[in-house]
Design a protein around this ligand. Structure first.
Ligand code: SF4
Length: 213
């Protein structure tokens, strides 16, 4: 077992080195200029592209720069603005609940607490980890669809269950890499390791990827 773990840690190290060399400027693909804006962008990102989220969220924040203004607005007005991101009813409920908690419970500060953040409907573990990792630098792994896919293909995990993938990443990558490995996985998944027809011949991981060798 110990030998397996050291083998997996070596694979993780090889993966991290190759990815950080290929994507030296890797970063969060959601724009944000303050913690609450990242949280709301995270809520809007469910089943929506980052590009669409960034445009729609900018429209929302241009009209409502403060959380209390969102919290006190008619939900139908908020819904009409965020509609381009889809899942309008549930996202409206989430955005308004988040804005209300910010105003009434959290004294205007986004909590550095995954469990508290997950009290907001629409903020699951992935988004909560993104928030605490990006804003506070709290070690946390964001397992999105790209991360789930590439980690399984590389051989870091044998599961497609995000909770298990998160655990495997935490087991094999050092804590200081947890935040960036999520961003790097997204970069790899978009450029080479696409869901359909991955570009293995050009991939920087081709010499050791489990799916490839
Ligand atoms: S070699 Fe292919 S399957 Fe493996 S990570 Fe690269 S693109 Fe994905």
């Amino acid at each position: 077992m110990a030998a397996d773990i050291s083998k997996m840690k070596a694979l993780a190290k090889q993966t991290y080195n190759a990815l950080s060399t290929e994507f030296p400027d890797s970063t969060c693909s959601l724009d944000y200029d303050c913690p609450q804006n990242l949280a709301i962008r995270g809520i809007l990102s469910a089943q929506c592209t980052d590009k669409r989220v960034n445009i729609t969220a900018s429209d929302l924040f241009a009209k409502y720069p403060d959380m209390d203004k969102i919290a006190s607005e008619d939900p139908e007005v908020i819904a009409s603005i965020i509609k381009p991101c889809g899942l309008t009813a549930s996202k409206t409920r989430s955005v308004m609940t988040f804005a209300r908690k910010m105003t009434e419970e959290w004294n205007g500060t986004v909590p550095n607490d995954v469990d508290l953040l997950m009290e907001v409907p629409g903020i699951g573990r992935k988004i909560a980890n993104l928030i605490v990792g990006e804003i506070y630098g709290t070690p946390a792994v964001v397992v999105d669809t790209h991360c789930k896919r590439v980690m399984k293909r590389i051989g870091i995990t044998d599961s497609s269950d995000p909770a298990k993938v998160e655990k495997d990443i935490m087991k094999f990558f050092p804590e200081e890499q947890w935040i960036s490995i999520g961003h790097l996985s997204v970069d790899l998944g978009r450029k080479y390791c696409t869901a359909k027809s991955p570009k293995c011949d050009e991939c920087p991981l081709k010499s050791f990827c489990k799916r490839r060798i």
